[in-house]
Write a protein that binds this ligand. Structure first.
Ligand code: OOG
Length: 260
């Protein structure tokens, strides 16, 4: 009864854990599942509970949270995915890609260019965000929706940790204005996406502030050493095996990844 009274969004702990288990097992098996909202009455608050439970399963396997990712912070992504609210997810150390990525166990991976922030101080409130930045870098995010057809509602994608799968970043640079940097992503030397960091809420720093707001509402303090991915400036593109991807941002250099 206590559980029932305390469950904020109408889902019992057992239901949250069962839905999280479906998504986590889909990720581990590399096999897509139907949208949760096809059968479960999932609102946004309950979806974040499911997301948190998927992260708990990763932590139980020894992973560590090392940052957060923002989603739908640009029109290009909202239009691509048909969703129009800013969301967030958590990044773990197992998601950090160094030089190459094995796509064999993934479902239908996509890649997108990102601006990344490195925090050097804890962020307790949105007002702390800008001063907490110790570095900025060009980055990329690999998305792999656990849903069939890479298709979902807002609540579904929140539960699925905002499609987070992997990420990487180039060398850290001292904090600087990143409001209007040209971004270019190439696969095997061919340009596949280009845009400006201004597409990210007008300035990626606003995305960091939004991350701080969402985190503080969820009772999570952003930690020193954490990475914050501000969200893509362009649509995501399919990421095949055997590809060489290069993402560059004006003034921030580039980052590369090879897939197997
Ligand atoms: C959801 C994640 C969106 C972004 O940068 O907007 C996202 C998805 O498109 O699968 O990470």
């Amino acid at each position: 009864l206590d559980d029932e009274v305390n469950a904020p969004a109408g889902l019992l702990d057992d239901e949250v854990n069962a839905l999280a288990g479906l998504l986590d097992e889909a990720a581990l098996a590399g096999r897509a599942v139907p949208r949760l909202t096809g059968t479960a009455d999932l609102g946004v608050p309950a979806a974040y509970q499911v997301q948190r439970a998927t992260i708990e399963r990763r932590l139980a396997r020894g992973e560590r949270v090392i940052g957060v990712k923002m989603g739908f912070t640009s029109r290009a992504k909202m239009v691509q995915m048909g969703v129009d609210d800013v969301i967030w997810g958590l990044l773990t150390d197992a998601m950090l890609v160094r030089n190459d990525l094995d796509t064999a166990g993934l479902i239908h991976p996509r890649i997108e260019p990102e601006i990344a922030f490195l925090l050097e101080r804890p962020v307790r409130t949105p007002a702390d965000a800008a001063a907490a930045v110790g570095g900025v870098a060009v980055g990329y995010e690999v998305l792999d929706s656990r849903y069939e057809g890479f298709s979902f509602t807002l609540a579904d994608v929140i539960a699925d940790n905002a499609s987070a799968c992997g990420f990487g970043h180039g060398p850290w640079h001292r904090p600087r204005d990143v409001a209007n940097l040209g971004l270019l992503m190439e696969i095997d030397g061919r340009p596949v996406a280009s845009g400006s960091s201004a597409a990210i809420l007008g300035d990626p720093l606003r995305s960091l502030t939004a991350a701080a707001r969402l985190a503080s509402a969820a009772g999570i303090e952003l930690q020193p050493g954490w990475v914050v991915l501000a969200g893509a400036a362009t649509a995501a593109v399919p990421l095949p095996a055997g590809a060489h991807v290069r993402v560059a941002a004006a003034g921030l250099g580039h980052v590369e990844v090879t897939t197997r």
